[in-house]
Design a protein around this ligand. Sequence first.
Ligand SMILES: [Zn+2]
Length: 374
Amino acid sequence: MLNTALHKPICPKCESSLKKITLSNQAFCPHCYTCFLEYFSQSMKIGEAISYNPKQISDAIKNEKYELANSLSKDLKIPKQEHPYLFTRIEFLRNLDSYKFLNSENDKLKPAILSELNSRNPEVREIKDLSNNTVLTSEGTYIKVLNEHHINFGYIGTSNNTQELEDARLKNQHRDIQNNFTYHEKLGFLGPDPSHLGEAFKLQFGIALPHLYMDNQIQRISQACSDLGFTLKPMQIKKNSPLIYTLENKSSSNTTLKETITAAIQLGYAVKKAETHAQLKALESDHSYKLFASSYWSLGSLPSLTSEEYFSYIEDMICACLFNYLDKHKLQELTQLFQSQLHSILLLNDEQSDCDTSKVMNKDFEYFLNTLRS
Ligand SMILES: [Zn+2]
């Protein structure tokens, strides 16, 4: 006899069995969480109640209890402090209450979800074609739809302190209060991935580690970061010799945004210290000089570039400049160039599709070369 009992109980809304949920380590609809709350609470080790409840804040505002609303959101504020990173990126992961979560089985839901998102967010109306699902909104911010979550609200910043992350958080809090995204009092914002509930965010911090890379220490550093809850990976996954890396939080379910940022900043200073040690060690050999020199000279010999190659050279040259292998006076121009391409580099990396191999505009290539050679 087939053992059908194994596949019970099931979520009454989406008919996924607990077995399917545990094996795939994902939820299939918001109701899966209420149905199997005990399983999710235990597997995520959720202790204290989460601090951010947009419904409470929204109710307080509706009832004109502004002091209460203020005190509810005060604890969430990210304190302003400096950080050691080249750039920061934050993404809030949100899902509609009335639809199943996205997975490979339910692609046909996408048009209906898109039209629902359209009616709530004017910016989403710019997305007509599902193969290009990202729209840049205002300075540094973007919206991505139907990519693992129904909608992701993102921000990429390049200042050296956390103020812009706080601004992005606050802007998103207003949006959360207006929208009816699926939310659970105990688990927070719900989505398919049980490790990204709570305030439901992904954070990325960019850091240049050329000497750790050349000293073959990335794996060791990456393990140390992983032990502390962060994944270290190349900023450009496909780049041959990755020099800039991103640190990303592995979970948002049992922490807060504020805590994660504080932990990431501490970790960033420690990693930077290791990079400085590796740089000192590199003085004894000429490996790093050779790598930068070969990148610098090969760049000039190319007749044209694909965007992938262009981004790769920008990464090499900004590192060469940051670590004094190039004239320091070019730093400002190169930084501007790097920052102007940052959205494209990071968003291109997100798409798991094939890389855009279209040619870089001649004038951009020339400007890049002139900046380096002038
Ligand atoms: Zn379900």
